[in-house]
Write a protein that binds this ligand. Structure first.
Ligand SMILES: C[S@@+](CC[C@H](N)C(=O)[O-])C[C@H]1O[C@@H](n2cnc3c(N)ncnc32)[C@H](O)[C@@H]1O
Length: 209
């Protein structure tokens, strides 16, 4: 996931600080942790419509603290892993995880970066019990997320591509400037990376200053 997120972030300038960022549709928060670590953001948010996901995301700090406690009495655990866990615990403290529906609720404000991975397409397809779906659902989500950006902020969305799926005009409709770049990605499965590739698109849009 870290490799994928680094590739995604290569499309925006990384020589400047991004103070406030948000991972929309953050799931269990792993993507938020990787995003925050890659950007070195001061304050990060992870938003997901399911409370169960947000509760899991909030548990990373406790889970890793437990891991460190156990590794102190277990000689088999590599010291590097303990150090990594300590760093992730610090990172986790800068992230606020919140329940919210990106197509309906008010989102965190003054963001320098809004990121989402396979969120818009799932809204479009009414997956994850999205009732506000199809083009109007995606339009509402893009409008809402765009409002949460500061002038000059970036909206980076990684989505499925092909089969008529193209949301570029919806980003343009809310006044964002940028483009969508198709690419291929091997999806991450529960235990590794898949052998097959999928068509994806990286929407890289910016709010005017
Ligand atoms: C494909 S998963 C991506 C999870 C994670 N960000 C990742 O990259 O592995 C999509 C996530 O979007 C969330 N989601 C779907 N519709 C949403 C909505 N309308 N508002 C907020 N979150 C939503 C789902 O609960 C799910 O966790």
């Amino acid at each position: 996931m870290q490799k994928d997120i680094s590739e995604d972030l290569d499309t925006i300038p990384t020589n400047q600080p991004y103070q406030r960022i948000c991972d929309f549709g953050c799931g269990d928060g792993l993507s938020t942790l990787n995003l925050t670590s890659s950007l070195g953001a001061e304050k990060a948010f992870g938003v997901d419509k399911y409370e169960s996901n947000i509760n899991r995301a909030k548990l990373w700090g406790r889970a890793l603290t437990k891991f460190i406690e156990l590794s102190e009495v277990n000689d088999d655990i590599d010291i590097d892993l303990q150090d990594q866990a300590t760093k992730v615990i610090a990172l986790h403290q800068s992230i606020e995880f919140k329940v919210g529906d990106v197509a309906r609720n008010e989102m965190p404000s003054n963001l320098n970066i809004a990121y989402c991975n396979l969120l818009l397409v799932n809204i479009y397809k009414s997956a994850y019990e999205n009732q506000l779906s199809g083009i109007s659902g995606v339009e509402a989500a893009i409008e809402n997320i765009s409002k949460s950006l500061v002038g000059g902020g970036y909206f980076l969305a990684i989505e499925q591509y092909g089969q008529g799926l193209d949301f570029n005009y919806l980003f343009e409709k809310v006044g964002l400037k940028g483009n969508g770049i198709p690419f291929l990605r091997k999806p991450i499965t529960t235990d590794s990376r898949a052998f097959f590739v999928e068509n994806r698109i990286r929407y890289v849009y910016r709010k005017c200053l």
